[in-house]
Design a protein around this ligand. Sequence first.
Ligand code: GUN
Length: 286
Amino acid sequence: MSAKILQGEEIAKRILEDLKNKVAGKRLKLAVVQVGKNAVSETYIRKKEEATAKLGIGFELHKLPQEISQAELKRRVEAIGKDKTVSGMIVQLPLPKHLNQQEILDEIPREKDVDVLSSASFGLFAFSPFGRSPVGRERLPILPPTVGAVSLLLKETGMELKGKSIAVVGAGRLVGLPVALWCMQKGATVSVANKDTKDLSAVTRDADIIISGVGKKGLIIGAIVKRGAVVIDAGSSVEAGLMGGDVDFESVVKKAGFLTPVPGGVGPLTVACLFQNLVVLKSVWS
Ligand code: GUN
């Protein structure tokens, strides 16, 4: 038996097509801050730029040097945040190690935080579904883009998350952390593996759903996947110019019930969800 392949690219095309009508006549602009060089980030920035061109949204790339100081980067991000012509902004991660990442992300104003990475936006995302949100009755009207993408892919499987056993592999800021929180909010039993996890197989082998966002090729092999499980590959790494995920496709496709490909799975859907966020934030805040 072979897994059903979940084509994120096709869903993404439908979302972008729908967004095209929604953005027509609106003056929208996405600003991206890139510090130094990173192959994965470059690929994603290119994809985002291509999408703005298709949608008719403005695009502005701020390429800053690897050695930039914390104070200077903070100043630049704050200035972009205040620019009235910018409707949404992104600080590409990872930032160079000498920088305090969260302090920089906290300069992104909520109304422009399409990635849900500032403490204010992330706090609202984390708490809202558990009842009263931290700021009065306010609720975040968007989801972190990777969560949006994972949610749409899981919807395709028709599976209810409540009561399911989910293994999240990787505890990073862009995938693992927000996805694990969201799965908890949905009533799943969630295990999160990180780089110090001694026995990855012990975390994944009984999981109904595996969601991996590490950026390490071949990490998830068929032997550590339960037969019939849903496997969502949200990892991205670039090797010899080619984008790859965390999943060893050959072995996992024979074991899983559903599987997302890389490229063509989570990646394009994440980009589509980001633009959906841009449009929602614009309508909520203007
Ligand atoms: N680096 C790689 N992908 C992304 C993304 O979607 N958002 C941000 N902020 N950084 C990234």
